[in-house]
Design a protein around this ligand. Sequence first.
Ligand code: ADP
Ligand code: MG
Length: 297
Amino acid sequence: MSIKVASITKTYKTQKALNNISFSADKGQIIGFLGPNGAGKSTMMKILTGFVKPNSGEVLVDDIDVLQNPLAAQKTIGYLPEHNPLYSDMYVREYLQFQAAIFKVDKNQIEACIKKVGLTAEAHKKIHQLSKGYQQRVGLAAAILHNPSVLILDEPTTGLDPNQLIEIRALISELGKEKTVLFSTHIMQEVEAVCDRVIIIKKGEILVDKNLADLKENKQQTIIVTFDYKIEEQFINRLPNVVSYKNNYDNTWYITFESEEDMRSKIFDFAQENGLKILGLNTENKNLETLFREVTQ
Ligand code: ADP
Ligand code: MG
């Protein structure tokens, strides 16, 4: 097991940040860690990396107990903290040499890391001269210098422009081919684009822990239909396989079905049988964004 978190609780004075959190990850998974601000994501990451002690619970990384043996665990962990603290007055290569010296990493790794994160053309510049996207690459290069098997990335794409986002996502995917990655983000599409699995937390508790493939296999579908005049609830109930419905605007219904067939054709037949006209008929895309809103609101 690459990561194992068992019953972690963390309280800052009176503020409960994590409440009995448990999850584990197999080698090579890329996990998106989602949750509103203040959910406890950064706290969980600081505990995983051995920088914060929980009140109770157990954390193993690569089968090493982080609480008992933080230094050994940190050798297998690459960590990019939130806000990516860098020495901005240093040159990129100089900074990585400095990091390598502190962490007693073989200097020969530096050029390979520069290449891996796409910094070759920027390595002679001062860090503050780089765009935010390239600064993130410096943070990522520093995180992988010692060739860790687990990467913990705290909001690595926050504040990037759309092109930089795509580049850093691609880099995370690339690194995920050989490492277990846990990264936090606010962007659902990012999780859909990059991750195998999503964990959603709120107020220190896990609300969702699912493989993305399972989310996509959801047999429920929500159809948004607008009829030409107001109809009563009991009409909607006559449709087969209805799970729930709501009527936001007068003539528009959001109807959720449990069915593998496309229920739009059933609604079409239903309208015809009842002398109704359909003015709009769409399937709502049940993606991570709708799931996130459903569970965190
Ligand atoms: P997230 O990263 O999901 O935004 P955090 O882990 O930073 O969440 O914070 C979780 C909760 O713990 C928040 O309510 C936050 O205010 C609180 N918190 C975080 N760090 C500290 C700290 N050092 N002292 C006191 N409270 C903290
Ligand atoms: Mg945070």
